[in-house]
Design a protein around this ligand. Structure first.
Ligand code: COA
Length: 295
């Protein structure tokens, strides 16, 4: 059997790993992993490490950096790791561990505060020191719409992505935490191929709520990227529910607990490996990533 030391890691571009990602993740035939996670192709700082065998890439893992805001607290520089994949023929030999370890080393060299990952808790990550952190609430939308008032309102909902959403996305992050947006983020955010977007405008045409729903937001039917209050947010929830009656809403307790009550499932928000004291000290309630932050 090959030992992990026999695998040589190399930096590659996103195009080189596209085929392997489509083989390893539930990517529908004819589409690309990047249709749902365009950040990994379009963000200028995205880095890929890979193992090559013969003419092809047989394992890979990606890293993007970001500044993560803790409401009322520090700004942490984090690495987000994603697209971790090993060809089925090579699994169980420590290749993914080797790749993730190398990305952790990269994050240390960049003097980042933490490495974050949207994976399920597993020996692969716990052996490297990742721990489940943060709390997210998840609840079906349908019961939340029952009995809601439908008084005539000046609000109107429009579908589609529009750059005017970006300041409201930043407001969601200022309030509840998340990765700060930078102007170039518009390029990859608008590249989501399977995401529905909606905006709610008030009587003066001001944007007061938004939502993003569909594959790419956790590959499921979660409303995991949204902002707004009261009736404006209710309109976004009704819109998501009209696309799929099994739609769920997923968010931090600070935003959702009053709304979802006991119908919510409580889950950890991410896997985190703190690299410094500021990330070590974070309270569970401070750790939150919106759908587009948790790549
Ligand atoms: C997860 C994956 C990258 C592991 O690759 P690998 O080279 O076999 O990994 P390693 O040999 O370093 O580690 C093996 C560990 O991965 C764990 N693992 C298997 N599937 C996993 C998954 N979907 N998510 C997380 N960990 C997984 C196993 O628990 C195993 O630990 P064990 O040997 O103690 O049981 C590979 O199974 C894969 O490509 N899966 C499909 C894509 C995917 O789900 N990626 C993870 C996204 S977070």
């Amino acid at each position: 059997m090959t030992s992990p030391e026999d695998f040589r890691l190399q930096k590659v571009g996103a195009d080189s790993v596209e085929r392997l990602l489509a083989e390893c993740f539930p990517v529908p035939a004819g589409s690309s992993f990047f249709d749902d996670f365009p950040i990994w192709r379009h963000r200028p700082d995205a880095e890929w490490l890979a193992v090559r065998s013969g003419d092809g890439i047989v394992a890979c893992a990606g890293l993007v950096t970001g500044v993560w805001k803790v409401p009322g607290g520090p700004r942490l520089r984090v690495a987000r790791v994603g697209g971790v994949a090993t060809h089925p023929s090579l699994r169980g030999q420590g290749v993914a561990s080797l790749l993730v370890e190398a990305l952790i080393e990269r994050a240390r060299r960049l003097e980042l505060d933490a490495v974050v990952l949207w994976g399920t808790d597993s020996p692969l990550y716990s052996r490297l020191g990742f721990k489940s952190r943060g709390v997210q609430l998840r609840a079906p939308i349908a019961p939340l719409l029952e009995g809601g008032s439908r008084a005539p309102s000046a609000l109107r909902l429009e579908e589609g992505f529009d750059a005017t959403i970006l300041p409201l996305m930043q407001q969601a992050r200022d309030h509840s935490g998340g990765v700060e947006l930078v102007p170039s983020d518009r390029e990859w955010i608008s590249e989501h191929k399977n995401t529905h977007w909606a905006r709610v405008l008030d009587g003066q045409g001001r944007l007061v709520a938004y939502g993003a729903f569909g594959r790419g937001m956790d590959l499921g039917l979660q409303l995991h990227e949204f902002w707004g209050e009261g009736e404006a947010l209710a309109m976004i929830m009704r819109w998501a529910h009209s696309i799929d009656p099994s739609a769920e809403i997923m968010g931090p307790g600070s935003v959702l607990s009053a709304r979802v009550g006991s119908t919510a499932v409580r889950e950890s928000a991410c896997l985190m490996l703190p690299l410094g004291p500021s990330a070590e000290r974070l309270a569970e309630s401070a750790i939150w990533f919106w759908g587009l932050d948790g790549v």
